[in-house]
Structures are given as C-alpha cells and as structure tokens.
Design a protein around this ligand. Sequence first.
Ligand code: FES
Ligand code: FES
Length: 178
Amino acid sequence: MAISISLTVNGAPISASIDPGTLLVQFLRDQLRLTGTHVGCDTAQCGACTVHLNGRAIKSCNILAVQAEGATVTTIEGLAQNGSLHPMQAAFKHCHGLQCGFCTPGMVMSAVSLVERQPDLTGDDVRSQLDGNLCRCTGYHNIVKAVLEGAKGMKSAGTASASADAATTATAAAPATA
Ligand code: FES
Ligand code: FES
C-alpha cells in the first residue's frame, strides 16, 4: 500500500506517494531523479549516499523515505547557488580531490556538514571525521587538501558556522589514510 510523504528537497516542496519500504536514497534517485546521490554499498558503509537531513549529514541508504516526512533535505544538486559552485565543490575541483568522482558527492556533503560543525580543522580532523566516506581511487591526500581549502572558502563566504545540529555521518569505521 502506498503512503504519502511531504518534505522539502533542495528548497522545493515535494509531495509524493511511495511504497513504505522505499529508502530515502531510492526516493531521491528513482523518484526525484536526483542521481548525484550515489549508492556504493547499500549497507551504510561507504558514504556515497550522504545528503543533509535538517542540516545534518546522513547516509540516505540507511533511512526510509518516510522518516524524512516534514524534513528539509539537501542533496549535492542543491549546493551550488545561482550557477556558482559551493566553496567545497570548488575546492574539490581545484585540489583534484577526485578521480572517478563516484564518492565525491558524498564526500562533499559530509565535508560541508563537518565544516559547519567545526570550522577550524586540521588534516587529522578531516581524516578522522570523514572516516565514514570511502574512496577507492585517490588515496585521500587530495581529498584532505580539498576539505581544508573548502573550509577556508566557506569561512570567507560566511557559510561556515558552528551549528549544534550539524554533524557528520562518520559512522562506519574505515581508515582514511593519506
Ligand atoms: S550507499 Fe549508503 S553508505 Fe554506501
Ligand atoms: S574518486 Fe573514485 S571512488 Fe573516490
């Protein structure tokens, strides 16, 4: 039996009818066609599916879409404003913080949430706080550089702030070695 949900996604009000067992990532990708949110494992380990739920980074393969009823969701498609990349996106591009790019949307979403919570970061902070986001390509060195540069960019843009609600999705233990 289908169930109705209403939520805000990337600033737009959305109402939809879904199967109650639909994961949030399935809803975003298959129903809303927001395919920038990736599925790497489907078991809450890789972080490729990271989005913001009410300002907090979460793994969208790990919750049901109905749990987002009434919530505000931001995906990677919602970060750029007026055609300009978010400072964290720009930093990943500038620092070559990616190779194939599969992990990148989740990395960026987690990094933005991290900087909002902890604007003053060290490289060690980035490695430990983003250990729930896995990259199979880069060896992490440029990702760490990108997050540090992105943090500076967010501070300059006034988008880095210590938010009590913001938190990273670093729930899966995995080494992020440079
Ligand atoms: S697809 Fe969600 S953590 Fe891997
Ligand atoms: S850039 Fe390929 S998985 Fe991270």
